[in-house]
Write a protein that binds this ligand. Structure first.
Ligand code: 5GP
Ligand code: MN
Length: 337
């Protein structure tokens, strides 16, 4: 990995890439498949900023099914969102948000490859180094931190709509301001965002503390089948569970409701490593990994073609769920020995 914080040259190149555009030029924003709060929040907040600068042709998209998780449907700037089929095909500038590797762009990777200019905004330590101008800061708590810095360098003033997007991104990726990268600078940014008139309590209720009854019952069932293996991960302990498409169907829930299940699972005191294996299709699983500090789980994820951060990472696993868990168990042992 040869990543560092963006250099002065990289910031200048990103500013120049935007300033080179005319008001009628097309700007395509893209975030990762199965978008989360940071992906959508950083992308839409930046998109609103481009609008404030007078750019009239800005579209935002992500690969795969065009389904925005319910908590993020009311984000300001959602009118910028289009299904991937409606992305500008010959955009003058492509901007990528919160994407650690090109595989997370699915069918939109070609758009980036063909773009006359591109800027990548990200904060994953595992970022693979794709794209034109690269603003990748592994020390940033969220991609929205990078997005806010670029907006500021472009002379965009924060307003309550931009701020809400960036705040939701920051609050989700820091686990409501409790993860390790929650620095003084993060709280200072949050303060500036809130100062535009945000209501953090109302936003938190909407984003974190609101879900359908069926999703709550489903979570109970999936948590109820969790397995604790105190001897795994070199004796640091691993806790894991599996959620299937059948589970989703029984409770009539969309896939994204499984994405927060890692939070109660990772709270288990007897395990350093936590794993949630979520079925995507027959023989295909989206795997969430977390560590409390003893293990760099991004190493495990990268070894399986995924990525992420030291303490939070993921990958796509194939075959039976048990075999996916076996693979994680083995890679953890290899890592720790
Ligand atoms: P989550 O478990 O919340 O889906 O993801 C945790 C972290 O790992 C996030 O930073 C996310 O971007 C990253 N991540 C999750 N799944 C994948 C994957 O399949 N590929 C890559 N490159 N990163 C992933
Ligand atoms: Mn992120």
């Amino acid at each position: 990995m040869t990543l560092s914080d963006p250099t002065a040259e990289q910031w200048a190149a990103a500013v120049a890439a935007v300033r080179a555009l005319g008001a009628d030029d097309e700007i395509q924003l893209i975030c990762h498949v199965n978008p989360d709060g940071d992906a959508l929040g950083s992308m839409l907040g930046f998109g609103l900023g481009l609008r404030r600068l007078g750019f009239g042709r800005v579209r935002a998209t992500f690969p795969g099914e065009f389904r925005v998780p319910d908590p993020y449907r009311s984000l300001p700037g959602s009118d910028l969102l289009v299904p991937e089929a409606e992305a500008w095909k010959n955009a003058d500038l492509v901007m990528i948000f919160d994407v650690a590797s090109e595989s997370r762009l699915g069918g939109l990777a070609g758009l980036l490859a063909d773009a006359p200019a591109s800027v990548v905004l990200d904060h994953h330590a595992s970022n693979t180094g794709f794209g034109g101008v690269r603003l990748v800061d592994p020390r940033a708590a969220a991609t929205s931190v990078v997005a806010e810095q670029l907006l500021s360098r472009l002379g965009v003033e924060l307003d309550s709509e931009i701020a809400e997007c960036l705040y939701v991104a920051l609050a989700t990726d820091t686990g409501s301001f409790k993860f390790d990268l929650t620095t003084v600078a993060v709280h200072e940014l949050a303060a500036r965002l809130i100062a535009t008139g945000l209501q953090p309590g109302e936003i938190s209720r909407r984003i974190f503390d609101s879900r359908p009854f069926g999703a709550m019952k489903l979570a109970g069932e999936v948590m109820g089948r969790a397995v604790l293996e105190p001897g795994a991960a070199g004796g640091r302990g691993m806790v894991w569970t599996v959620a299937t498409l059948d589970d989703l169907e029984r409770y009539a829930q969309p896939p994204y409701v499984l994405d927060t299940l890692i939070d109660p699972i990772r709270s288990v005191a007897e395990a350093d490593v936590s794993v949630v294996v979520k079925q995507v299709a027959a023989g295909e699983w989206s795997v969430s990994l977390r560590s409390k500090g003893a293990v760099d789980v991004s190493g495990v994820a990268v070894a399986q073609g995924g990525g992420g951060h030291r303490l939070a990472a993921g990958f796509t696993g194939y075959g039976e769920a048990d075999a996916v868990v076996d693979t994680v168990r083995r890679l953890l042992d290899e890592y720790l020995n």
